[in-house]
Ligand binder design. Structure first.
Ligand SMILES: O=P(O)(O)OC[C@H]1O[C@@H](O)[C@H](O)[C@@H](O)[C@@H]1O
Length: 278
């Protein structure tokens, strides 16, 4: 299955998703209720060495510029191997992808690993299970994120619940010791925050629906929206795309994950859409 580039999933109940082997990148998720839930920039580039702008980029083995590797690591730019895809016995659709070291990757990150992404859809839910095994004979550490771009109708009509009371690092202002006092976060300007110690669900609230996000295995969550000015500087982000997206990322950044030889780490981000009943 090495040459497949696009993978289409359809669960027995009609939920659909579209992925690319490039980056094991989920670009589209349409649950049974019928509307696209992921933002994908119309100006996105698709090609070797490029990261797709939108959907779910996989950040590994380095978050952002928190280390010597290229920004957000190499996984989002790499060609992953499709291990399997199809419909499970209970009717959910699932695809499994893997990425391992190769000569080019060993030159920038000298570690022997196997990363796996399992994408499962059914009804109103999308589940992303990401895992990493150390197959080498020395320990390594990494930071990671599932950089999910959620599609919203209008960012000014969107609220994020579940972060009230949490500590965060403000990447825009550069301050490390912030705390969100308000229970609901409104996006009114460029926002780039790393929240730590996530234990509750995060909910994206719009007038027509709520999306409940549950993470496990990941300690942190990133909320990112570039705002108008930064949007204009990002060539592959469509004009005013910031008005129609919000990234809520399941991440482990502040305390990197260390794996001894043979050890495995896994983390999950699970999203469920709750349409508002009329
Ligand atoms: O433009 P990139 O490399 O895809 O990164 C997008 C954003 O990704 C977020 O995760 C970071 O917190 C932001 O600082 C960054 O700007």
């Amino acid at each position: 299955m090495d040459k497949v580039s696009k993978v289409l999933l359809q669960a027995r109940d009609g939920a659909r998703a579209e992925l690319h082997t490039h980056g094991a990148h989920l670009c589209s998720w349409i649950p049974v209720s019928g509307s696209e839930q992921l933002f994908l920039s119309k100006s996105s580039e698709f090609g070797p060495g490029k990261a797709i702008r939108g959907g779910v980029p996989i950040v590994f083995p380095q978050f952002s510029n928190h280390g010597p590797l290229p920004k957000h690591g190499f996984a989002r730019n790499a060609e992953w191997r499709l291990v399997s895809s199809g419909v499970l016995e209970q009717g959910a659709a699932q695809a499994v992808f893997e990425l391992q070291e190769n000569i080019a990757r060993l030159l920038v990150w000298p570690h022997v690993f196997r990363a796996e992404l399992v994408v499962t859809i059914a009804e109103e839910t999308l589940q992303l299970d990401f895992s990493v095994v150390n197959n080498g004979d020395t320990a390594f550490s990494f930071t990671t994120a599932l950089h999910t771009y959620f599609k919203v109708d209008d960012i000014t009509q969107t609220l994020i619940h579940g972060l009230g009371g949490l500590d965060y690092r403000d990447t825009v202002g550069g301050s490390r010791d912030c705390q969100q006092e308000e229970p609901f976060l409104e996006i009114t300007a460029e926002t780039d925050r790393i929240y730590s110690d996530i234990t509750s669900d995060i909910v994206i609230i719009q007038p027509h629906q709520q999306v409940q996000i549950r993470q496990s295995g990941f300690n942190d969550a990133v909320v990112w929206n570039p705002g108008a000015e930064k949007n204009a500087q990002i060539s592959d982000l469509e004009p005013n795309g910031y008005q129609r997206m919000i990234c809520v990322e399941a991440a482990t950044i502040l305390h990197p994950i260390s794996l001894a030889p043979g050890q495995l780490w896994s983390g999950t981000q699970m999203m469920t859409v709750h349409p508002k009943s009329a």
